[in-house]
Design a protein around this ligand. Structure first.
Ligand SMILES: Cc1cc2nc3c(=O)[nH]c(=O)nc-3n(C[C@H](O)[C@H](O)[C@H](O)COP(=O)(O)O)c2cc1C
Length: 195
C-alpha cells in the first residue's frame, strides 16, 4: 500500500487530526503529539518553538504521523521520551509499534517563532484496523495532555484546575490505562510545580 495510500486510508479527515509525530536527528528518535490540520486538500501543522519536534522538522523537512487512539501514548509522549523498544522500522522510518497507520509527510517550513508549515503526504501504510466504543475518559486524557504541556510551559493556574477536573471524570469514565496515563501526567506536573 505504501506510496499510494490516501489521507482517508490513514484516518485523516477535515479538522485537527491529533497524531504522534516521530522525527529523528543524529540517530535519536523523538515522539510527540502534533495536530495535522486538514482543510480539504490543504494540510498544515503549527509548531511551537523549543520542542524537539520543531528542531527535527526544521532540520529534516519531514515527520512521520503515527495514527493511534491510544490516549496513554499521547499523554506519555507529550511530556516524556519513549525508549527504543516502542519503535520499529518501516521503510527505514521510525514508526510506533502500536500505531494503527503511519504516514510520511514532507513539510515546507518557515523559520518563525511559531512555524506554520504546509505539509504533504508522500508515503504511508495501514498496519491494523482497530475499533472500539467511544470512551470519554480516553479523549479527556488527550485533553489533559494538552493542558499539562501548556501548564508546564506557561504555569497558568487555570490549566492546573482544568487537570484536576479532568482527572475526576477520567477516574469515573476511563479504564485502568486511562487512569494510569492521567496519574503519570499529574505526577509529572506536580514534580515540575516545585521547580
Ligand atoms: C494532543 C496534543 C496535540 C499537540 N499538538 C501540538 C501541535 O500541533 N504543535 C506543537 O508545536 N505542539 C503540540 N503539542 C505539544 C507538544 O506535543 C509538546 O510540547 C511536547 O512536549 C513536545 O515534545 P518534544 O520536545 O519531544 O518534541 C500537542 C500536545 C498534545 C498533547
Amino acid at each position: 500500500m505504501s506510496g499510494k495510500v490516501t489521507l482517508e486510508d490513514l484516518g485523516i479527515f477535515d479538522g485537527i487530526n491529533e497524531i504522534i509525530a516521530t522525527t529523528e536527528k543524529d540517530g535519536r528518535i523523538n515522539a510527540a503529539p502534533l495536530g495535522v490540520i486538514r482543510d480539504g486538500d490543504e494540510l498544515y501543522i503549527r509548531l511551537f518553538m523549543g520542542s524537539h519536534t520543531y528542531e527535527n522538522i526544521l532540520a529534516t523537512g519531514s515527520f512521520v504521523a503515527n495514527v493511534t487512539h491510544d490516549a496513554w501514548l499521547f499523554a506519555e509522549t507529550a511530556i516524556e521520551d519513549l525508549t527504543e523498544g516502542y519503535f520499529m522500522r518501516r521503510e527505514g522510518l521510525a514508526v510506533l509499534k502500536d500505531a494503527e497507520a503511519w504516514g510520511l509527510f514532507k513539510c515546507e517550513t518557515f523559520a518563525l517563532d511559531i512555524i506554520i508549515a504546509k505539509v504533504e503526504l508522500v508515503a504511508g501504510e495501514v498496519l491494523r484496523k482497530d475499533f472500539r466504543a467511544f470512551n470519554r475518559g480516553s479523549s479527556l486524557v488527550v485533553e489533559a495532555a494538552v493542558a499539562a504541556t501548556r501548564y508546564l510551559a506557561l504555569r497558568t493556574d487555570s490549566y492546573y484546575e482544568e487537570l484536576m477536573k479532568l482527572q475526576r471524570i477520567i477516574n469515573r469514565c476511563g479504564g485502568p490505562r486511562e487512569r494510569e496515563a492521567m496519574e503519570r501526567l499529574m505526577d509529572r506536573v506536580n514534580s515540575y510545580s516545585h521547580i
